[in-house]
Design a protein around this ligand. Structure first.
Ligand code: AVJ
Length: 320
């Protein structure tokens, strides 16, 4: 007798593979890109406003102070492209300045989040009627081949110190891929955090209000939401460490007890010893020499760097 069966539809979460790789590795890790679900993106916004988190505000002040010089150095008749643009809030300073130098401009914000790009199109459209915004929904880490079809001189913005999440060889590979889509005369504007005293760095990644701790723990809450895991986020402590040898901040989630977590979507049990850590992020801090060498190795020539008075953050213009 024939039995009619509904086909079984199996949905595999897009984060399943990364999570399985990281939590079965030794030592355990989770990729930093997993921070940025909706809750995590909101927590990051809050981080950028913390008194201890100097990065965003310092970079913004550099862009505000030097927007004219930066665009002057980049060259005339520019088309702007932004990698990981999000809602492009910080980009307004440069767009404003650009539209004082040329009557019209094109802006290609690139981001994985369509909702962030919608917001960018909406806000920028209202504020700058003469700016044409062409959003591209893409993961720029694989390079963006579509960039090679854009005509005219391009200035590619890669600001916000996102480069700091990549291991130096990966950062070079990414910048090379971007360079391959550019033509001679095009330029890259790179925002990167400078190496500095751990007295400044540690509080920036372990703030008094515990927002960074909540941002870090949200990754576990996300695994609970998306993979039905049973993490108790409070059973993990937020730990920030300055690794001087590698010139990077490291953040971890440290298990406060011996515990086992079950992830039904992966059919995986994960056991933690008391004090065992999950490595959730590296945030590289560069010297001027490191910036020069990363750019050179990816085929760019560093032309000019701008910084704040304390030399905490750098904005670098490099040419193809
Ligand atoms: C978004 C990668 C620039 O490394 O400072 C902030 C992320 N992590 N606090 C950084 C982050 C903890 C941030 N970046």
């Amino acid at each position: 007798m024939a039995t009619s069966k509904q086909p079984q539809l199996l949905t595999i979460s897009p984060i399943a593979n990364d999570v399985w790789q990281g939590l079965t590795a030794s030592p355990k890790y989770l990729p930093a890109k997993l921070f940025y679900d909706e809750v995590g993106s909101q927590l990051f916004e809050q981080i950028t406003e913390l008194p201890e988190y100097y990065l965003t505000r310092t970079e913004r002040s550099i862009l505000e102070q030097y927007a004219g010089e930066i665009l002057e150095a980049a060259g005339a008749s520019l088309t702007l492209v932004e990698l990981g643009a999000g809602t492009a809030a910080k980009t307004c300073v440069l767009i404003e300045e650009l539209l004082q130098r040329q009557p019209r401009a094109l802006f290609y914000p690139i981001d994985v989040s369509p909702t962030a790009l919608d917001e960018a199109v909406h806000q920028l459209g209202r504020r700058f009627p003469l700016l044409r915004v062409n959003p591209i929904v893409a993961d720029y880490t694989a390079g963006v081949p579509a960039l090679s079809r854009i005509l005219g001189r391009k200035l590619v913005l890669y600001i916000g110190s996102s480069i700091g999440n990549f291991e130096p060889p990966q950062a070079i590979r990414l910048l090379r891929r971007i360079r391959q889509t550019l033509r001679p005369g095009d330029a890259l504007l790179l925002g990167a955090d400078f190496a500095k005293s751990p007295k400044i760095l540690l509080p920036a990644y372990d703030d008094a209000q515990g927002v960074t701790a909540a941002f870090n723990r949200n990754i576990l809450a996300r695994l609970n939401r998306e993979l039905e895991a049973d993490f108790v986020p409070e059973a993990f402590e937020h730990v920030a460490v300055w690794n001087r040898r590698c010139s990077r901040m490291e953040i971890y989630l440290e298990s406060t007890t011996a515990q086992t977590v079950f992830l039904p979507a992966l059919d995986l049990d994960v056991s933690f010893q008391s004090g065992e850590r999950i490595h959730t992020e590296n945030s590289y801090k560069y010297t001027q020499a490191m910036i020069e060498s990363i750019l050179r190795e990816s085929g760019f020539a560093l032309e000019h760097s701008w910084s704040d008075r304390k030399q905490w953050f750098g904005v670098h213009l490099a040419r193809v």
